[in-house]
Design a binder for this molecule. Structure first.
Ligand SMILES: [Fe+2]
Length: 378
């Protein structure tokens, strides 16, 4: 955002540190208010009490948590999977598939990202076959014809870049091979299993989603019948175990350093295990912040979610912009000292620049008491 002429004010009052997220005045909790995520002007306040110390929280704005693992609607088509959250630029669904998809799918509305939370199997698509497993991101360019054949029941977080493309973040001075080497992206192969799939007899239906509505086109043969392809556009698989997250021993880096994919007016980030900061003055937990320009979504995939109390794998939290959020009381006790050497969590974060709407499926598995979880010390 260097091209903006931000209003040029700079100040410092009272008791404060000079370096953000480090050497905070004793007994204080730091809160950041900032523009454009963590990339614009920012101010850091030092409070004697955690800024999440509310005793009542009333009205439509509130932190929310959804137990997606409890959504038990098995859907043979991804377009039957319930929408959880969405806006004009991003659509988040949660999909449970217990058996092979009887039809092919095509998303005509935008690029599709599938995050495999549970299970595994094979992806068959225009380009060939690609085996997948838990922890995989599967990137499907808009228009790709595809189907999943799970070998066990799968649960998938679906993230659509509506009317837009997924790209990779600018890795800047880290260099292009940091975080994950592009060589770690795997693409489908036209192997024997793919050719056998092509030869299966019978009609094949294609469920095409366009402007949110599904049309069905039926062929008397399997339309995944290409005998070859070439080009520089293809589906790709990236497992979260391939990530080598950026960390600093002296500074708690903002979550934006964990950006994995960039959509239009939203990003997808991945929290993967990384060492805690070791500098005595450095913050070891996320800093309290408003992130006033973004709605924040976190999906908890696996591990021990170090900044959250009472959150299990398969849950999603939603922090719309407008209030301060930060570590839960139990995590906050470890603000400056951590017993463990590293985090042990995998989580997917979606940061949306525009407000997200909550759909009925999410509300049906909501933990209505989540808003109170900051005022019950662990
Ligand atoms: Fe946040």
């Amino acid at each position: 955002m260097a091209d903006r002429n931000w209003i040029p004010v700079r100040g410092a009052q009272g008791t404060h540190s000079r370096q953000a997220h480090a050497d905070m005045p004793a007994g204080t909790y730091e809160r950041e208010i900032s523009k454009e995520g963590f990339f614009g002007p920012a101010a850091f306040f030092h409070h004697p009490r955690p800024p999440t110390g509310w005793i009542r929280f009333e009205g439509p704005l509130r932190p929310r948590a959804f137990n997606l693992a409890a959504l038990n609607e098995d859907a043979p088509s991804p377009w039957d999977a319930p929408r959880i959250l969405g806006n004009a630029h991003v659509e988040i669904r949660f999909w449970k598939l217990e058996a092979p998809m009887p039809a092919l799918a095509r998303n005509a509305d935008g690029d599709q990202l599938l995050f495999v939370h549970r299970g595994g199997g094979d992806l068959f698509c225009d380009y060939g076959r690609l085996a997948f497993e838990a922890g995989d991101y599967l990137y499907l360019p808009r228009g790709t014809l595809w189907r999943l054949r799970p070998s066990e029941g799968v649960s998938i977080l679906m993230i659509e870049a509506t009317n837009a493309h997924y790209t990779l973040p600018d890795k800047g001075m880290l260099g292009p091979h940091a975080v994950f080497d592009p060589a770690m992206l795997e693409t489908p192969a036209m192997d024997a299993a793919f050719r056998a799939h092509q030869d299966e007899p019978g009609e094949v239906a294609v469920h095409i989603k366009k402007r949110g509505l599904v049309s069905t086109v039926t062929y008397p043969y399997n339309p995944l019948d290409a005998v070859g392809w070439h080009g520089d556009l293809a589906p790709a698989r990236l497992n979260v175990s391939a990530l080598r997250p950026v960390s600093s021993h002296r500074y708690h880096l903002p979550p934006s350093v964990h950006t994995t994919f960039v959509g239009e007016r939203f990003v997808v980030c991945t929290f993967a295990p990384r060492p805690f900061e070791t500098d005595p003055g450095a913050l070891k937990v996320p800093f309290f912040h408003n992130n006033d320009d973004y709605d924040e979504v976190l999906f908890y995939h696996a591990g021990d979610f170090f900044s959250r109390d009472n959150i299990d794998a398969g849950m999603m939290t939603f922090h719309p912009s407008g209030f301060t959020h930060g570590p839960h009381p139990k995590a906050l006790k470890n603000m400056l000292v951590q017993a463990k050497p590293s985090t042990d969590e995998y989580a997917v974060m979606i940061d949306a620049r525009d407000p997200l709407d909550v759909d009925a499926a999410a509300a049906s598995v909501e933990n209505a008491r989540y808003v109170d979880s900051w005022n019950t010390p662990g």
